[in-house]
Design a protein around this ligand. Structure first.
Ligand SMILES: CC(C)(COP(=O)(O)OP(=O)(O)OC[C@H]1O[C@@H](n2cnc3c(N)ncnc32)[C@H](O)[C@@H]1OP(=O)(O)O)[C@@H](O)C(=O)NCCC(=O)NCCS
Length: 134
């Protein structure tokens, strides 16, 4: 598996991934389905920002995405059929430096992912756990 930078050609893949039921369920800001026009606006803007944004790929398959925001918040999403195979762990470990994650209370898969990969709890606010990797 490797990480390659996102381009606008990944827009449809990313929209489908963001609208995956598990991804929407554990989203922090809104659980609503994301509309294509809003997604395209968001993606164009994101690609101009100081963000590390990657697609996880293996051969011809796109497995998911990983993003590190300018404030060092890291997030990762894996396509349903590729979950539970260690891809998110590998992706996290390929990112160097200090990063933090926000995990909605009850998101067991995400909590296990981050705690099993060196992230430590440092805050809890309004139903969201904050974990960081020094
Ligand atoms: C959270 C998510 C990224 C995990 O991706 P993944 O590739 O399946 O994770 P991994 O296979 O690397 O598993 C990491 C650890 O979490 C555990 N885990 C993964 N899915 C789990 C689940 N559904 N229930 C319990 N534990 C789970 C694994 O057993 C593994 O533990 P281990 O290190 O002891 O083996 C994936 O489930 C996903 O995309 N969920 C929807 C989006 C989301 O919640 N993203 C996180 C927000 S930052």
């Amino acid at each position: 598996m490797k990480l390659r930078p996102v381009t606008m050609a990944d827009a449809d893949f990313l929209l489908e991934l963001k609208n995956d039921p598990e991804v929407r369920r554990w989203a922090i800001i809104s659980h609503d389905e994301i509309k294509k026009e809003n997604h395209l606006f968001w993606l164009r803007k994101k690609l101009l920002e100081d963000v590390r944004f990657f697609i996880l790929v293996e051969g011809q398959d796109k497995l998911g995405d990983l993003r590190v925001e300018a404030d060092r918040e890291i997030s990762v999403r894996i396509v349903e059929k590729f979950r539970g195979k260690g891809y998110a762990s590998k992706a996290l470990n390929s990112i160097a430096g200090s990063v933090y994650a926000k995990i909605v209370e009850g998101n067991i898969a995400s909590m296990n992912l981050f705690t099993h990969n060196g992230f430590k709890f440092f805050d809890y606010r309004e139903g969201v756990y904050y974990l960081k990797r020094p």
